[in-house]
Design a protein around this ligand. Structure first.
Ligand SMILES: O=P(O)(O)OC[C@H]1O[C@H](OP(=O)(O)OP(=O)(O)O)[C@H](O)[C@@H]1O
Ligand SMILES: O=c1cc[nH]c(=O)[nH]1
Ligand SMILES: [Mg+2]
Length: 210
């Protein structure tokens, strides 16, 4: 598993505002979208392309276009939905699948309540979106869904992760082609499974309490 932690002052600045408990939902949503666009630049570094011939106003030349089959973007609901617009701005031809997951706050185990993915993902490049990688249970289960349908490589974009979750995911995805692109690696998990210093519950901060 490859882990790439973004190291850029713009990303750190936006994360600092996001972490601030006084940042209201509309600003939180806007920053999440901006952060994904910056992280997607790194996450799509190896997106598959193919040569295409085009005509400029001056001459005929060869360029590169994102190849078929189109990449698949999978936000993990709810919080991952806040990252979708930023991602498809960069990859407008991508298809979008959905996974709805919620972590049981007692056991910290993820439960899947919605799934809408293509049946056959063989030869598809998959990009999973979830702002928070805490214990790694939710992202690990999502990645497993994709490999079970034939995906060969999966890249996840997360705003924050805990070292404990990265270690668990590393174990769970052993032998698989998995890349994780992070805005920041935080210090640890607390006794409730929350990332410290973190930003709280990303879903609640995006969409309000349920
Ligand atoms: O790494 P884990 O320990 O599995 O925790 C991370 C998960 O928790 C959050 O979702 P949550 O369950 O709060 O659902 P929500 O997005 O609907 O708020 C977050 O968006 C991840 O999906
Ligand atoms: O810190 C955390 C951990 C899990 N889910 C969140 O939204 N935040
Ligand atoms: Mg939540």
């Amino acid at each position: 598993m490859r882990v790439h932690v973004a190291d850029h002052p713009l990303i750190t600045h936006k994360l600092t505002v996001l972490r601030d408990r006084t940042t209201p939902s509309p600003v939180f949503r806007a920053l999440t979208e901006e952060l994904v666009t910056l992280l997607a630049y790194e996450a799509t570094r190896n997106v598959r392309t193919e040569p295409v011939e085009i005509e400029t106003p001056v001459t005929t030349t060869m360029g590169l276009a994102i190849s078929q089959p189109r990449p698949l973007v999978v936000p993990i609901l709810r919080a991952g939905l806040g990252m979708l617009e930023g991602m498809v701005k960069l990859l407008p031809t991508a298809e979008v699948g959905f996974l709805g997951m919620v972590r049981n706050e007692e056991t910290l185990e993820p439960a899947t309540y919605a799934e809408r993915l293509p049946d056959d993902l063989s030869d598809r490049q998959c990009f999973v979106l979830d702002p928070m990688l805490a214990t790694g249970g939710s992202l690990g289960a999502a990645i497993e869904f994709l490999f079970a349908r034939g995906a060969v490589d999966v890249t996840a974009i997360c705003l924050l992760a805990a070292p404990e979750g990265i270690a668990a995911l590393e174990k769970a995805t052993e032998g698989r082609d998995v890349t994780i692109v992070l805005g920041a690696m935080d210090e640890r998990l607390n006794e409730h499974g929350y990332i410290v210093p973190g930003l709280g519950d990303a879903g609640d901060r995006l969409y309000g309490l349920v």
